[in-house]
Structures are given as C-alpha cells and as structure tokens.
Ligand binder design. Sequence first.
Ligand code: IDP
Ligand code: MG
Length: 140
Amino acid sequence: MATERTLSILKPDATRRNLTGKINAKFEAAGLRIVAQKRLQLSVAQAEAFYGVHRERGFFRDLVTFMVSGPVVVQVLEGEGAVAANREIMGATNPANAAPGTVRAEFAESIEANSVHGSDSAENAAVEIAFFFAGIEIVG
Ligand code: IDP
Ligand code: MG
C-alpha cells in the first residue's frame, strides 16, 4: 500500500481533558507520523464549512456547537494506508461500538464528543488537509 496522508482532529472533549499526548501516542505506536500539527479555536463558520457534508443531518447544529466549545488540535498523519489505518486506530463513531484499544473506546465521552475526527477517503483527506494547512506547513 502507498504512503498516504490523512487529516486528523483532536476534538474539544480531548483537549479539555488534556488527552492530546495520549492520543498522539496511539498514532505513533501504530506507525503513523504527525507531519503537521496546530492548535486552533474554530469559529462557527469554520466548523459549519468543515462539516458541510452533514448540514442536513439532525445532529449538525449540536455538532457545530460542540466543535467550537473549546480548542481543537488539527494534524496531518502520514504513513502506509494512513486513511484506513487512522480509522482503525480511532474506532467506530459511537464509542459503544468501538473496538477495545481504539481511541474512541478508551477516551470518547459520547457519539458526539468522540475525541477524534479522521478523513474517510483519500479524496476527502486532500480536501480536508487543504482546509487547514498550507503545503509549506507539512513536513514529511
Ligand atoms: P466519523 O467521525 O466516524 O467519520 P460521521 O458520520 O462522519 O462520523 O459524523 C461526524 C461526527 O458527527 C461524528 O464524529 C460525531 O462527532 C458526530 N455524530 C455522528 N453521528 C452522530 C449522532 O447520531 N449524534 C450526535 N453526533 C453525531
Ligand atoms: Mg466522517
């Protein structure tokens, strides 16, 4: 499998509980490299734009409110099959369904406050990385 990049976000529930290091350790233990990283406070407009695909979903307004409720850490992860590898490390959206040892099984508070975002395809990863990072900020 080819080396890929994926967009990861450590969500406000994770930064609030000071879990960024514990989550990053899981990425690194699985062989992913953090090749870009910054801490941001998203605006409502930015959160709405980032989650635009979910605009029609019933949880959209609550999701946006949650994502602006505190700082996030946005990151680019690089490695073999990074998109799928990161989804494995994250676990299922609902922590009740997340496999043991995954970030969401260990750390998520709820289906909404589930600690991490990860791109779901290589195509979306490229769009999501460009949303947050200039090329010069990504150092592989
Ligand atoms: P994913 O993060 O596992 O890719 P998506 O379906 O893309 O899951 O949903 C985006 C985010 O929206 C989730 O990570 C979670 O924070 C929130 N979310 C998804 N489904 C629900 C729900 O049924 N209730 C509340 N929030 C949800
Ligand atoms: Mg998703």
